[in-house]
Design a protein around this ligand. Structure first.
Ligand code: XIL
Length: 302
């Protein structure tokens, strides 16, 4: 195969990219997007500050542009994200307690209902655990509404869109030996045991010097999958360049392909210049849209 999407599709997987609505008018950008990918994640356009800028006043224009671009071509859409401590609108940042809990659930219900039938997988909750060795939940206004806020969000999302796969998504959960990975694992295990509706776990996989790829990644993916959830690589980017970077991309793809329930890979941007990283070259295409060594390694591995 000669494109990432076609190569991934040979094993029934998708290959996606994070997409920014304001770049859909950039011809060089959409040429690569339309040729190489068959899934999208709106990079910012479905976040809480974008979809509910004023309480109970919902705006979907930019997200819709990305969703329509994808669905009209038969691609998948990953919804990102319904409940998160970050990129909250001002009104939500200032809320707490029961009022915040209800506002969060209303947000989940309204956005998931609006997109019912269009989303393959929702990142229902993003980044709810702390870094480091504590294995604790991250402190946030949402966490302070009660430890059950995550399961409440998942139940609201299931009621609003029963056909979407519901994911928990996080970073620094790639290394199987890390406390954060183990803490998320125990939460998913508990949800499955108690019948909380969860279908998938997203591994952001932003790899850099501080959070390096480790070969136990495959163990992480297969261990979560063994709990009865799909696993997805949701925001892949790898700092570095040349052969070293290409080899890491190859390892990541090989690890996903080794796990039957690892059903899709999404890179967090298209060209290096599209990356959220203000420095470095973490993606598959260079600033001019040329394929990098990392691209060839990825394609070969798929
Ligand atoms: C990033 C976007 O790429 C940036 O454009 C934005 O300024 C900040 O958010 N984890 C996530 C993503 O779940 O939503 C983040 O996206 C990157 C880290």
């Amino acid at each position: 195969e000669t494109t990432l999407a076609a190569a991934a599709n040979q094993s029934g997987r998708y290959f996606g990219a994070a997409v920014a609505a304001n770049k859909l008018s950039d011809g060089a950008y959409t040429t690569i997007l339309n040729r190489e990918f068959n899934s999208v994640t709106p990079e910012n356009e479905m976040k809480i500050d974008a979809t509910e800028p004023q309480q109970n006043n919902f705006t979907f224009g930019n997200a819709d542009r990305i969703v329509n671009h994808a669905l009209s071509r038969g691609w998948k859409v990953r919804g990102h994200t319904l409940a998160w401590h970050s990129q909250q609108p001002e009104w939500m940042r200032n809320m707490s307690g029961t009022a915040l809990r209800n506002a969060m659930l209303n947000h989940v219900t309204r956005v998931a209902t609006y997109y019912r039938g269009k989303i393959d997988s929702w990142d229902v909750v993003n980044e709810a655990f702390e870094d480091g060795n504590s294995g604790a939940r991250r402190d946030s206004n949402l966490q302070r509404t009660g430890n059950d806020w995550i399961e409440a969000a998942f139940r609201a999302a299931r009621a609003a869109d029963p056909g979407a796969k519901l994911c928990y998504n996080d970073y620094n959960t790639d290394n199987w030996t890390w406390a954060k990975t183990q803490a998320v694992y125990r939460m998913v295990q508990d949800f499955k045991q108690r019948g909380v509706p969860i279908d998938c776990v997203g591994f952001q996989s932003h790899f850099n010097a501080q959070s390096a790829y480790n070969s136990n990644y495959r163990t992480t993916l297969s261990s979560f999958a063994a709990l009865g959830v799909d696993v997805q690589i949701t925001e892949l980017d790898i700092e570095g360049s040349g052969t070293t970077q290409a080899n890491t991309y190859r390892s990541v793809v090989n690890d996903c392909l080794a796990v039957p329930r690892c059903n899709g890979i999404t890179v967090w941007g298209i060209r290096d210049s599209d990356s959220w990283r203000s420095y470095g070259t973490p993606l598959l295409f260079d600033n001019n849209g040329n394929k990098k060594q990392a691209y060839t390694a990825t394609l070969d591995a798929l």
